[in-house]
Write a protein that binds this ligand. Structure first.
Ligand SMILES: C[S@@+](CC[C@H](N)C(=O)[O-])C[C@H]1O[C@@H](n2cnc3c(N)ncnc32)[C@H](O)[C@@H]1O
Length: 203
C-alpha cells in the first residue's frame, strides 16, 4: 500500500506555479484528467500505459478519497490525484505547454439554463487550458449531453490554435479490457448516445 503522500498532490497555494513532472520519479508524457469521478479511466489508463504520467483532478471529496485509496492499494506510481477545482488549477497554477493529452469525459452538464454559468467549459477556461497544452497536444472531450457537447465543441472549434482530429482509440482507450468511463457505461446501458471529439493543438 502506497502512503498517501505518494498518491495525493495538494492543491498549490495562491500564486504558485507548479511543474507537473516534479510529482513523479522519472520524466514522461504528462496527461491530465479533469473530473475523474470514481477513477475508472484514470487508473486504467495509468496502469496500461506505464510510460505516461497522469494527474486526476476531482472536486468531490468522496470520489477524491475513493480514487486515492484505489491508487494506494494497487501501488500505481505513475498516477496521482488532486482535490481542487480544475478551473482554479488550470487558470492559476499550471505552466504553459506542460500537457500532452487533456481528458475531459462527461463534465457536469448543469442542464438548467440558470445553472449554465456553473459549467466548466467557458471561454476563459478554454483559453487557459489551451495555453497549458504542448505543441501537438491533444484535447479529448466526451459527453452524453448533446447540447453541452455541442457547446464545448463549438468553443474548441472556434480556437485558431486547435484543429479537430479523428477520435484516437489509442488515447481514449486505456487497455484491451476497457468498457468506458463510469458515466459512459451507465448511459450506454440506458441507450443514450455518447458524443466525442478530439482536437490537436498546432505544432
Ligand atoms: C458527471 S461526473 C463524470 C465522472 C467521470 N469522468 C466519468 O465519465 O465517469 C463529473 C465529475 O467531475 C467532477 N467535477 C465537476 N466539476 C469539477 C471541477 N471544476 N473540478 C474538478 N472536478 C470537477 C465531479 O465531482 C464529478 O465527479
Amino acid at each position: 500500500m502506497l502512503p498517501a503522500e505518494n498518491v495525493i498532490i495538494e492543491a498549490p497555494p495562491d500564486g504558485q506555479i507548479v511543474d507537473p513532472l516534479s510529482w513523479f520519479d522519472s520524466p514522461g508524457p504528462f496527461e491530465l484528467e479533469i473530473g475523474s469521478g470514481k477513477g475508472g479511466f484514470l487508473i486504467s489508463r495509468a496502469t496500461n500505459n506505464p510510460d505516461i504520467r497522469m494527474l486526476g483532478i476531482e472536486w468531490a471529496n468522496k470520489f477524491f478519497l475513493y480514487i486515492a485509496d484505489r491508487i494506494a492499494r494497487r501501488e500505481i506510481k505513475n498516477v496521482h490525484v488532486m482535490r481542487t477545482d480544475a478551473k482554479f488549477l488550470v487558470m492559476n497554477h499550471l505552466p504553459p505547454a506542460c500537457i500532452d493529452v487533456l481528458h475531459l469525459y462527461h463534465p457536469d452538464p448543469w442542464p438548467k439554463a440558470r445553472h449554465h454559468k456553473r459549467r466548466l467549459m467557458q471561454p476563459d477556461f478554454v483559453q487557459a487550458a489551451i495555453r497549458t497544452l504542448k505543441p501537438s497536444a491533444r484535447w479529448l472531450i466526451q459527453s452524453d449531453h448533446e447540447e453541452y457537447f455541442q457547446e464545448m465543441k463549438g468553443l474548441l472549434d472556434h480556437r485558431p490554435e486547435l484543429s479537430q482530429i479523428p477520435w484516437d482509440q489509442r488515447e481514449s482507450t486505456p487497455g484491451p479490457e476497457w468498457q468506458g468511463t463510469n458515466f459512459e457505461i451507465k448511459y450506454v446501458r440506458e441507450g443514450r448516445d455518447i458524443y466525442r471529439a478530439a482536437f490537436a493543438k498546432e505544432s
